[in-house]
Ligand binder design. Sequence first.
Ligand SMILES: NC(=O)c1ccc[n+]([C@@H]2O[C@H](COP(=O)([O-])OP(=O)(O)OC[C@H]3O[C@@H](n4cnc5c(N)ncnc54)[C@H](OP(=O)(O)O)[C@@H]3O)[C@@H](O)[C@H]2O)c1
Length: 321
Amino acid sequence: MATIKLNSGYDMPQVGFGLWKVDNNVCADTVYKAIKAGYRLFDGACDYGNEVEAGQGVARAIKEGIVKREELFIVSKLWNSFHDGDRVEPIAKKQLADWGLEYFDLYLIHFPVALAYVDPSVRYPPGWHYDGKSTIKRSNASIQETWTAMESLVEKGLTKSIGISNFQGQLIYDLLRYAKIRPATLQIEHHPYLVQPELIKLAKHEGIAVTAYSSFGPLSFLEFNMAHASAITPLLEETTITSLAQKYGKKPSQILLRWATQRGLAVIPKTLREENMKSNLDVTGWDLKQEDIDRISALDRNLRFNQPTNYFSTDDLWIFA
Ligand SMILES: NC(=O)c1ccc[n+]([C@@H]2O[C@H](COP(=O)([O-])OP(=O)(O)OC[C@H]3O[C@@H](n4cnc5c(N)ncnc54)[C@H](OP(=O)(O)O)[C@@H]3O)[C@@H](O)[C@H]2O)c1
């Protein structure tokens, strides 16, 4: 299993398994099967609403002796409604209890967006809307306040490493001015339609490992009726990708994942299909030629699907704290 050395000293598997949109009724079984297939990193989040079931899958695999806790690398994320400094530790502890774990390997700020606190007894996960419908209520918590609370999670042994997700360059530079613990990873949307070379260069220069999500581009976002996701050629059918798949005797999905891993990024594809679990894992240890990597990178359209505003309606009411 290829790994990436984090600035926190820990080794992170380069290929992991994403848990977004893994339904509750299949999640435990999916995680268990993924561990059997060889996955060791699981990318979860409060927002995915399936941490209890993911933990059950992990517990079953540990109980059956397939894997030990210390061989796994469990990632979770702080949701936007818990950015206020005093909310971070309680929610991280709840998430650990949901997983049935004593520590996370990596805990990320999911988005640099602070929303008003929603008590888990009211609604969990809270999602974007304060009322669960149409009101978006902001919190005044700064990223510095949230990051300081994230640092104390490391000091208390609740997570080994901390990181960020969906941050752009300027905000990273700001965070690095006050961070006592530097972010170990930056998790970003990344596929041939959104290559973000400058951001990746910045992260590498600052010693922050980059994890790519939504490696198959628009595929994940079709169900949200995003016009720009359905208007563009699906990456798995794009001719540069399919011709390279033929050339290398691999699946188009593997070409997309290898393009990322060969450039030093970690990947976390999600699949419910066992045949894809296997092939998505086989994306290190063989090489694309540099000219082919460059051909894939040239597909860049700066096309982003996962931005907060894509989940809001124009009728939503914004309230500022
Ligand atoms: N930090 C963030 O804000 C953020 C945002 C989005 C995602 N993420 C993380 O990144 C993970 C991956 O991203 P993602 O879930 O957007 O999507 P993804 O892994 O890019 O794509 C998932 C889609 O691809 C299909 N698929 C998977 N493997 C395939 C293969 N070998 N051949 C053909 N189709 C395949 C899946 O269908 P089947 O299940 O039917 O195979 C599913 O429809 C998430 O699960 C989550 O952990 C993080």
